[in-house]
Design a binder for this molecule. Structure first.
Ligand code: ATP
Ligand code: MN
Length: 467
C-alpha cells in the first residue's frame, strides 16, 4: 500500500479540496451495500462523525474484504469526493485498503442501542461507542477549560499529595495505605494497631481533599488551584458518588465569601461556555440521544445569575413546600444536612436556576469554616445545580488562630496532626476562601448523563474496581 500520511477524520470532514488522495485509519462502525458497492462508516475517535468509505468490490481481494467487519481496524487510501448521501460533505472512494486488525463476531458492540448498564460491564470497550467517545472528548475539553480559566487569572496549579497522614476531615471514609501484612498485625496491649513499623511510621490514607495543603499554598502564592484524584470510601451507592473522583480546588488569599461566590459562578459559567464553544457536535449528539433539554439547560446557566440565599431561608422555603403538600423522603428542619432531593427542589422547582446556599449550621460543616457572629452558622457556600444537587462545596476559612484551635478541640480532631495547618494562622494569617468542585459532577451537568459512572472512564464504586 502506498504510504500517505494519515489525515484525522475530524480534519478530513472540513476539507473541500476534492480529488485529493488521502489516508485515513480507524475502526469500522458499520458496513452495508450491494454486491457491487459497499459503504463503510469509519470512525477514528477524533470526532463523533464517521467518514463514509465507498468500496467498489470488483477492485479488491475477496478474502481481504471478508475481514472488514464491525469493529475491525483498517487503513484506507482513497480519493476525497463530494458526498451527496452520507450526511457529510466529504466521502472517500477507496483505492487501497489494509486490514490492520480483524475483529470476529464475538465483538460485543455489533449493534447499536446497548444499555448504559451493559456498557459499564464492558468499560474497556465502551470508548468505542458514540456515546462514550462524546463523553470522553468532553471530559478532556473540560479539563482544558479548567486550566485555561485559572491560568488566565494568574492562579498557580499546585500539586497536593495523594497520600496523607492527617485524617482531620474524612475520618471513617478514608482508604488506608499500608505495606503491613494484614494477616499479622502488631497490636498494643489495648488492641490498637501499631504503625511504627509501617511504611510511613504512622497511619496513612488516600486523600479526601487537597484543601488543607491548598491553604498553605494560597497563603504564600496568593491564588492556587489543585486538580487531581480524590478518594472517599463512603459506602453510598448513588448516581452522584464515586470512591475515586477528580476534584478542582481553588484557594485564594484575601477573598471573602462574596469573592468566593463570584469566583465559583464565573468558573462554572466559563466551563459551560467552553463546552458550548468547543464540543457542540458531541453535545448535540448527547442532547438528541439522552436529554432533549441539555443544550437549552447549558445555555440558560451561562446567561442567568445564580440565586444567593442563606441556608436558613432555604429551610423556610422547604418547610413551606412540605406544608403545601410536597413530599420529601427525608425530614426537613433547621440544622439538617440537606439531601439531594431538597437541593434539587430549591433549584428545579422553586427558583428554576442554580442556587448558592450560604451560612450553614456549623454542626454540619467542617471545622475550618469561618464562624459567623451569630455563633450558630459558618460562612459556607454550596453551589446547587439542576439534576445534580451539590456541585461545589466551599467556604471562607477561619483565619483566627484561637477560634480555629477551639473548634478543632470541640470536634475532637487530633491536634498533633494539625500543627502545620495551624501554622498558617500563627505566621501572618489572612482572610482566605476556596471551594471544591467535583469534576465528574460538572461533567454530569455538561453531558446530561444521569449516572456518574458514565462520565469517568473506569469508575470505582463499592464492590467495583474492574478494569
Ligand atoms: P455530597 O454531600 O454530595 O456527598 P460532600 O459535601 O461530601 O458531597 P465536599 O466534601 O463538599 O462534598 O466535596 C466537594 C465537592 O466534591 C462536592 O461538591 C462534589 O461536587 C464533589 N464530591 C464529593 N464527594 C463526591 C463523590 N463521592 N463522588 C464524586 N464527587 C464528589
Ligand atoms: Mn459539601
Amino acid at each position: 500500500m502506498e504510504k500517505i500520511s494519515r489525515t484525522k477524520i475530524v480534519d478530513l470532514l472540513k476539507r473541500e479540496d476534492f480529488g485529493t488522495m488521502v489516508n485515513v485509519k480507524g475502526w469500522v462502525r458499520t458496513r452495508r451495500g450491494s454486491k457491487q458497492v459497499n459503504f463503510i462508516a469509519l470512525n477514528d475517535g477524533s470526532t463523533i462523525n464517521n467518514v463514509q468509505v465507498v468500496v467498489d468490490l470488483s477492485n479488491f481481494d475477496e478474502e481481504m474484504l471478508k475481514l472488514i467487519t464491525t469493529g475491525a481496524c483498517i487503513s484506507v487510501n482513497g480519493l476525497m469526493v463530494e458526498s451527496v448521501g452520507s450526511g457529510q460533505k466529504v466521502e472517500l472512494q477507496a483505492k487501497e485498503i489494509e486490514v490492520l486488525g480483524a475483529c470476529d463476531n464475538t465483538y460485543p458492540l455489533q449493534k447499536k442501542g446497548h444499555s448504559l448498564e451493559f456498557l459499564r460491564e464492558i468499560a474497556h470497550l465502551r470508548p468505542r461507542t458514540n456515546t462514550f467517545g462524546a463523553v470522553f472528548r468532553i471530559r478532556h475539553n473540560m479539563a482544558m477549560a479548567i486550566h485555561q480559566f485559572f491560568h488566565q487569572r494568574g492562579f498557580v496549579y499546585f500539586h497536593t499529595p495523594i497520600i496523607t497522614a492527617s485524617d482531620c476531615e474524612g475520618a471513617g471514609q478514608m482508604f488506608q495505605v499500608t505495606t503491613k501484612n494484614l494477616y499479622d498485625l502488631k497490636k498494643d496491649e489495648n488492641g490498637a494497631i501499631i504503625y511504627d513499623d509501617d511504611f510511613f511510621g504512622k497511619q496513612a490514607s488516600l486523600t479526601v481533599s487537597g484543601q488543607l495543603e491548598g491553604e498553605l499554598a494560597a497563603t504564600a502564592l496568593g491564588a492556587i488551584y489543585t486538580f487531581g484524584p480524590t478518594f472517599r470510601a463512603e459506602n453510598s451507592n448513588t448516581p452522584r458518588h464515586l470512591a475515586e473522583f477528580w476534584m478542582v480546588e481553588p484557594e485564594v488569599a484575601f477573598n471573602d465569601i462574596i469573592d468566593n461566590m463570584d469566583l465559583a459562578e464565573d468558573f462554572i459559567k466559563f466551563c459551560v461556555q467552553w463546552a458550548l464553544d468547543n464540543c457542540m457536535d458531541d453535545i448535540k449528539f448527547l442532547n438528541d440521544m439522552f436529554d432533549k433539554e441539555l443544550i437549552e439547560r447549558l445555555q440558560s446557566v451561562v446567561k442567568e445569575d445564580f440565586i444567593r440565599l442563606p441556608y436558613t431561608e432555604g429551610i423556610q422555603i422547604l418547610e413551606k413546600a412540605v406544608l403545601d403538600g410536597h413530599k420529601f423522603e427525608f425530614p426537613i428542619y433547621w440544622g439538617v444536612d440537606l439531601a439531594s432531593e431538597h437541593e434539587r427542589y430549591l433549584v428545579e422547582n422553586h427558583f428554576k436556576r442554580p442556587v448558592i446556599l450560604t451560612d450553614y449550621p456549623k454542626e454540619i460543616k467542617a471545622f475550618y469554616m469561618k464562624q459567623n457572629e451569630d455563633g450558630k452558622t459558618v460562612r459556607a457556600m454550596d453551589v446547587l445545580f439542576p439534576k445534580i444537587g451539590e456541585i461545589i462545596g466551599g467556604s471562607e476559612r477561619e483565619a483566627d488562630y484561637d477560634k480555629l484551635a477551639t473548634r478543632i478541640q470541640e470536634m475532637d480532631i487530633p491536634m498533633k496532626d494539625m500543627w502545620w495547618y495551624l501554622d498558617t494562622r500563627r505566621f501572618g494569617t489572612c482572610p482566605h476562601s476556596g471551594f471544591g468542585l467535583g469534576f465528574e459532577r460538572l461533567l454530569l451537568f455538561v453531558t446530561g448523563m444521569a449516572n456518574i459512572r458514565d462520565v469517568i472512564p473506569f469508575p470505582r464504586t463499592p464492590r467495583n474496581a474492574e478494569f
